[in-house]
Design a protein around this ligand. Structure first.
Ligand code: 13P
Ligand code: SF4
Length: 308
């Protein structure tokens, strides 16, 4: 293992590369990364990278976004098959047809799209949001416009609750956050009555309503960091988030909220990136995200939404 890590560090120098890793990557990958973060922090960090290559340890839409914001850089993804159930739930042609149907029926709306989507979907959108800036962006949509929110119906419903704006919701969800067991959460809360429950807004309402704090991964870190005395946290998000929480705030104890069918709640897409594939990718310079025609339009929307 040490050999593999040393090799990765050397290859990173040889290739003039910077490693970015999402909080949902295995701890050993987060530990090696130059930057860790949520989707928003990583997209912004990518624009400040000085090296010629970015290795994105995350999923495809994240690497694609980094490429859009940095067309001159080589952007590598250790495994090109690292997708996302949310992005899969909203194919661009289907969204285009739905938007046409709404227009034909007299709706005046703007399309607000969660960053967990393909570039082709982003190109059909007015705004891109992450869990970190969604509320702020919703307030930028003119009041006389309806909002079509895609693709996460749970995040959309949560945003309706916190902003008071009614939305037309696409029927997508995250395969990891969708399956937390409310029964197990209630049992955990009973067993540790002083515990604090954290839930990602990708969780369904039945989990969110039994949580003390709802926020994206960066907001969770901020919230936990502000709690001074040692506490027990129940964490309803992807299990690797607990590595980062433990790493930054070891004074607390963290317990994963189990899923209905398994106890781990790891994202199978994120898990495709391994240390071995990271080494391979640095050694060979691939797989690489290449510029696609839809990136031109998507880039404008992403820049306006995430960098301004
Ligand atoms: P954040 O990075 O915004 O917390 O979102 C979590 C996620 O599901 C990324 O795929
Ligand atoms: Fe997509 Fe969910 Fe995995 Fe995030 S955790 S990449 S939303 S499937």
């Amino acid at each position: 293992m040490t050999n593999l890590i040393d090799e990765i560090k050397q290859l990173k120098k040889d290739r003039d590369a910077t490693i970015l890793a999402h909080y949902y990557q295995d701890g050993e990958i987060q530990e090696l990364a130059d930057f860790t973060g949520d989707s928003l922090k990583l997209a912004r960090a990518a624009t400040r990278v000085q090296t010629s290559t970015i290795v994105f340890c995350g999923v495809h839409f994240m690497a694609e976004t980094a490429k859009m914001l940095n067309p001159e850089k080589h952007v590598l993804l250790p495994d090109m098959k690292a997708g996302c159930s949310l992005a899969d739930s909203c194919p661009a042609p289907k969204l285009h047809r739905y938007q046409e149907m709404l227009r034909e029926n007299g709706h005046r709306f703007q399309t607000v799209t969660y960053i967990n989507s393909t570039a082709a979907v982003k190109a059909l959108s007015d705004w891109i949001v992450t869990s970190g800036n969604a509320e702020e962006i919703i307030h930028r949509v003119p009041k006389d416009m309806e909002i079509l929110f895609v693709p996460d119906r749970h995040l959309g419903q949560y945003l309706e609750e916190v902003t008071g704006r009614k939305m037309i919701l696409w029927n997508g969800s995250c395969m990891v956050h969708e399956i937390f067991s409310v029964g197990d959460l209630l049992a955990q809360r009973k067993k540790i009555p002083a515990s604090i429950t954290l839930a990602h807004p990708e969780c369904p309402a039945n989990i969110r309503e039994h949580s003390d704090f709802v926020g994206g991964t960066e907001a969770m870190l901020k919230y936990v960091g502000a709690v001074g005395e040692p506490k027990e946290f129940l964490v309803a998000t992807e299990a690797n988030m607990m590595w980062q929480l433990q790493n930054q705030f070891p004074r607390h104890r963290y317990h994963p909220v189990p899923g209905i069918s398994c106890a781990c709640n790891k994202c199978p897409h994120m898990a495709l990136n391994t240390l071995e594939k990271l080494r391979e990718c640095l050694a060979t310079g691939g797989p690489e995200i290449t510029w696609q025609p839809e990136f031109d339009k998507a880039r404008e929307v992403v820049q306006r939404s995430l960098l301004n």
